[in-house]
Design a protein around this ligand. Structure first.
Ligand code: HEC
Length: 117
């Protein structure tokens, strides 16, 4: 083997090792995107109480600000994505942005198919 082919050979071996290392690191490098990261969210015990604490003071059937009623499953389900957007950009609730934990719960509930559970 001459000097040049040794260099080529070690470059190949090195990139092979690098690619192995990358694969091993993949599952832990971005944990938030794995679906298992979401616990099963219940409409009844997680979402409905959260809505009544933070939203229904202004969004019920008799006071539906912006035409948005968040007091029943059907209506929360209907306004889910606009509500998530409003939570994410901090415009709702008016009193200030909700904690990341609460917003994540709501987002998980949506990605789990907005179950009426
Ligand atoms: C203090 C009263 C108040 C509370 C509490 C409140 N809202 Fe609102 N909401 C409003 C008003 C008023 C509007 C009309 C638009 C505006 O003034 O910003 C609105 C508009 C909206 C809209 C439609 C406009 C948009 O941004 O797409 C959505 C969706 C919404 N609210 C979701 C929520 C959610 C979800 C919560 C609870 C996390 C919440 N709101 C809490 C008063 C409130």
């Amino acid at each position: 083997m001459n000097k040049k082919s040794i260099t080529v050979f070690s470059t190949i071996v090195f990139s092979f090792l690098l690619s192995c290392q990358k694969k091993e690191n993949l599952p832990t490098s971005n944990p938030t995107t794995t679906p298992t990261d979401c616990d099963t969210i219940s409409y009844k015990t997680d979402i409905a109480p959260m809505m009544s604490t933070h939203c229904t003071s202004c969004h019920t059937s008799n006071q539906a600000s912006a035409g948005v009623n968040l007091s029943t499953y059907a209506n929360v389900s209907k306004h889910a994505s606009s509500s998530l957007n409003a939570m994410n950009d901090g415009s709702m609730p008016k009193s200030g942005k909700l904690s990341a934990d609460i917003i994540k719960k709501f987002s998980c509930w949506i990605s789990q198919g907005k179950l009426n559970n």
